[in-house]
Design a protein around this ligand. Structure first.
Ligand SMILES: Cc1cc2nc3c(=O)[nH]c(=O)nc-3n(C[C@H](O)[C@H](O)[C@H](O)COP(=O)(O)OP(=O)(O)OC[C@H]3O[C@@H](n4cnc5c(N)ncnc54)[C@H](O)[C@@H]3O)c2cc1C
Ligand SMILES: NC(=O)c1ccc[n+]([C@@H]2O[C@H](COP(=O)([O-])OP(=O)(O)OC[C@H]3O[C@@H](n4cnc5c(N)ncnc54)[C@H](OP(=O)(O)O)[C@@H]3O)[C@@H](O)[C@H]2O)c1
Length: 271
């Protein structure tokens, strides 16, 4: 008998990393953030997403869902910003994790919400609804963003004021970031809007763009220009569709990793 027959077959490499949860922060009954340790060999581009999951119950198949990495590509830990769907197969359980627990993470990051998929411009708009803010937390902490764009505008539309997770971070905390703090202070604008409660900038971002209110609030020339504006969209499919149509109307062209353009979106984010 040969050695090959005697030795057991090589163990199949797991498609997932098993990662320790470092911290969990609950923002509201619907929203939370958590961070896991970063595997040494895990590389990603700011704005990409990865599969996150938990082992199946009673030894069943793991439950996995796509998640934008909210950390920038240089970070030592991997942060995620999550919805809590009460009867959601993953988040009904994921929302209960605590520091020290283990979550699964796919090994292959991917996605179109990356600087590589945009051609050069001056002003970068990062427009998100709900947890669609997650990739902007990554892109807005990447030094390349500020090297490529002189102005970066993070727009976040949510239902209630309490849903403006990371508001304090975008208004203050990011300015203390040792790597991009100074750039953020000089180049980053944060533009939150709230749809179902009183707020200083009420209503959907789409409506505030169409009416011109967003440009007036930001004190910039109304409208988008293909020679100046670049846009990333993430969140509700309805918002993405409407905003993409609006940008098409201004003559901006959708881009992809294969063919960079003026704006990018993640087609399958949320129904
Ligand atoms: C490319 C991509 C990136 C994503 N990134 C994130 C992320 O960073 N953070 C995040 O929380 N989710 C993200 N999602 C959604 C995520 O994959 C799951 O749908 C979510 O974790 C809920 O999983 P679930 O199994 O509990 O419920 P599911 O069965 O997946 O969802 C149940 C229903 O809940 C609603 N829903 C699901 N996710 C959301 C959400 N994020 N916001 C509002 N409504 C939602 C939808 O109506 C959905 O049909 C992303 C999805 C895609 C495709
Ligand atoms: N306080 C709460 O009870 C509460 C808070 C948050 C989430 N949730 C629950 O969590 C789930 C996900 O909710 P979510 O708020 O994260 O996601 P969501 O329903 O996609 O809404 C997020 C934000 O996107 C806006 N929006 C929707 N369609 C848009 C469009 N076409 N253009 C521009 N903006 C648009 C919404 O405005 P509109 O309000 O105008 O639709 C809202 O401000 C829901 O099942 C919800 O019931 C509940």
């Amino acid at each position: 008998m040969t050695d090959a027959v005697l030795s057991s077959p090589p163990a199949k490499a797991s498609p997932f990393h098993e990662l320790k949860v470092l911290w969990v922060k609950h923002w509201t009954d619907q929203l939370f953030s958590f961070a896991v340790e970063r595997p040494e060999d895990f590389r990603f581009r700011s704005g990409e997403f990865v599969m996150i999951g938990l082992p199946g119950e009673d030894g069943g198949k793991p439950v996995l869902r796509a998640y934008s990495v909210a950390s920038p590509n240089w970070a030592e830990e991997l942060e995620f910003f999550s919805i809590k769907v009460p009867d959601g197969p993953l988040t009904s359980r994921l929302q209960k994790i605590v520091a020290g627990d283990t979550v699964l993470m796919g090994k292959k990051p991917t996605g179109t919400l990356v600087l590589d998929a945009l051609t050069g411009g001056e002003r970068l708009w990062l427009i998100g609804t709900g947890t669609g803010l997650a990739p902007w937390l990554s892109v807005a902490r990447d030094p390349d963003t500020y090297a490529r764009f002189s102005q970066v505008i993070v727009c976040h539309t949510v239902r209630g004021v309490a849903d403006l997770a990371y508001r304090d971070f975008f208004e203050h905390g990011i300015h203390d970031d040792p790597l991009i703090g100074d750039e953020a202070k000089a180049q980053l604008r944060y533009y939150p809007t709230v749809t179902r409660e009183d707020f200083v900038t009420p209503g959907r971002i789409t409506d505030r763009i169409t009416s011109g209110a967003a440009f007036a609030d930001l004190d910039i020339e109304p409208g988008f220009r293909a020679d100046r504006d670049r846009v990333m969209l993430c969140g509700s499919m309805a918002m993405i569709k409407q905003t993409a149509e609006l940008l098409d109307g201004f003559g901006l062209k959708e881009g992809s990793n294969a063919e960079p353009g003026d704006y990018v979106l993640e087609r399958a984010f949320v129904g």
